[in-house]
Design a protein around this ligand. Structure first.
Ligand code: URA
Length: 186
């Protein structure tokens, strides 16, 4: 299978017209971070702030994400973060299955580039796409499975924490478990 560099992939994403989200976006949002990181975070899709900046998690949910990372003594420079769909779904709706499908090749190539040891899904949409279609985030967040030698887990989406700050301690516990996993395995 052919591999692409980060710059090549970003260029594809910047010019992408594979689905109708390309007609309403301001900026496509390519994943970003440390290409040598053992940890790949996958969220669902850019919000309004990210649509303006072209950078993942630059809005309020990004601040929550940064708090969770700093709780385990990590920062954006230590991780790579991307989304299932690279363009903002209008009105912040869930990305449609066809939009997710159209965007999957980019995620596949990002994964091939990174070769992560662990993939952390942020929220239900990513977990149902990456782990299992009937994944129940409220029940299963923080649990680990291994597939093709890559560990998969999920945590609450930062925007779910913004809606209900009581979810923060649970999410932080899941981050502690990820940190422990990394210290033992990466
Ligand atoms: N929410 C997401 O799912 N992704 C982002 O990049 C920002 C907010």
């Amino acid at each position: 299978m052919e591999l692409y560099t980060y710059e090549e992939l970003k260029d594809f994403v910047d010019r992408c017209v594979r689905c109708p989200l390309s007609q309403t976006r301001n900026h496509p949002v390519m994943g970003r971070g440390n290409l040598k990181s053992p940890i790949l975070f996958i969220a669902e899709g850019p919000g309004r702030t990210e649509d303006q900046s072209g950078i993942p998690f630059t809005g309020r949910s990004g601040q929550v994400f940064d708090r969770l990372l700093s709780g385990i003594q990590m920062s954006r420079e230590d991780v790579y973060i991307t989304n299932i769909v690279k363009c903002h779904p209008p009105g912040n709706r869930d990305p449609l299955p066809a939009e997710q499908e159209a965007c999957m090749p980019y995620l596949k190539y990002e994964t091939l580039l990174l070769r992560p040891k662990i993939i952390v899904c942020l929220g239900r949409i990513a977990a149902q796409r990456i782990i299992r279609p009937d994944y129940r985030i409220t029940k299963e967040h923080g649990t680990f499975i291994c597939r093709k030698n890559v560990y998969l887990t999920s945590v609450y989406h930062p925007s779910a924490i913004l809606r209900d700050e009581r979810k923060f301690p649970e999410a932080q516990d899941d981050f502690f478990a990820i940190k422990k996993w990394l210290s033992e395995n990466a």
